[in-house]
Design a protein around this ligand. Structure first.
Ligand code: HEC
Length: 178
């Protein structure tokens, strides 16, 4: 027993010494943009909103487990390990989380203009999107087609209000102008 204890202590000391090694202090990653605004729009809210809009034509509950595995396009979002209504819920949450991304400073638009995160009306557009996305999450939890219709409508409006102001403004060069 004593031998065992001694061995154990030696073992623990060895581990403690090994653990000391060179000290590497992990740098906490600062929030930082990776793509321009158009790129992150195409990578996060665009595919997610397609999954949400598709519930108007297809019941996610019947599209699980590979029925549409060969189909290109948004219905693929219903397939796979996290498919069905869970995919719709998660798409809504992706858009809600995306509203944090929309407030990050330092991003550019596709025309080189700074993304207008400092503009007076920007936070309101972002907040409207967050509210609409969270309402869509709740609608998805009801599994109701009518609930999804109303939620999708509010979502389109929230996207569109900001696009009217900063995207669809007479050519790429005019985008993101404050
Ligand atoms: C707060 C403002 C704002 C909101 C809210 C917003 N967008 Fe955008 N979106 C923009 C701007 C500005 C651009 C142009 C960015 C650029 O050119 O770099 C853009 C570009 C896009 C693009 C790229 C297409 C193109 O012509 O460049 C897609 C796709 C897109 N948005 C989808 C969406 C969807 C879907 C939603 C809602 C779920 C949404 N956006 C909500 C501001 C917004």
């Amino acid at each position: 027993m004593k031998i065992f204890s001694a061995l154990f202590v030696a073992f623990m000391i060895a581990i403690a010494c090994a653990a000391r090694g060179p000290v590497v202090v992990a740098q906490a990653p600062e929030p930082a943009p990776a793509g321009n605004l158009a790129q992150v729009m195409k990578s996060i809210p665009y595919p997610s909103s397609n999954v949400i809009f598709d519930t108007q034509d297809w019941d996610p509950a019947t599209n699980e487990a590979g029925e549409f595995a060969m189909t290109a396009g948004p219905r693929r979002g219903y397939d796979g390990a996290y498919g069905g209504w869970e995919a719709v819920e998660n798409a809504a949450l992706a858009i809600a989380e995306f509203t944090n991304v929309l407030m990050l400073p330092g991003r550019e638009c596709s025309n080189g203009q700074p993304a207008p995160v400092d503009a007076a009306d920007w936070p309101g557009f972002v907040q409207d999107l967050r509210v609409a996305a969270l309402a869509t999450y709740e609608a998805a939890q009801t599994r109701g087609a009518d609930e999804m219709l109303g939620a999708a409508d509010a979502l389109v409006t929230a996207c569109g209000n900001c696009h009217d102001q900063y995207r669809d403004v007479g050519g790429p060069a005019n985008r993101c102008m404050q």
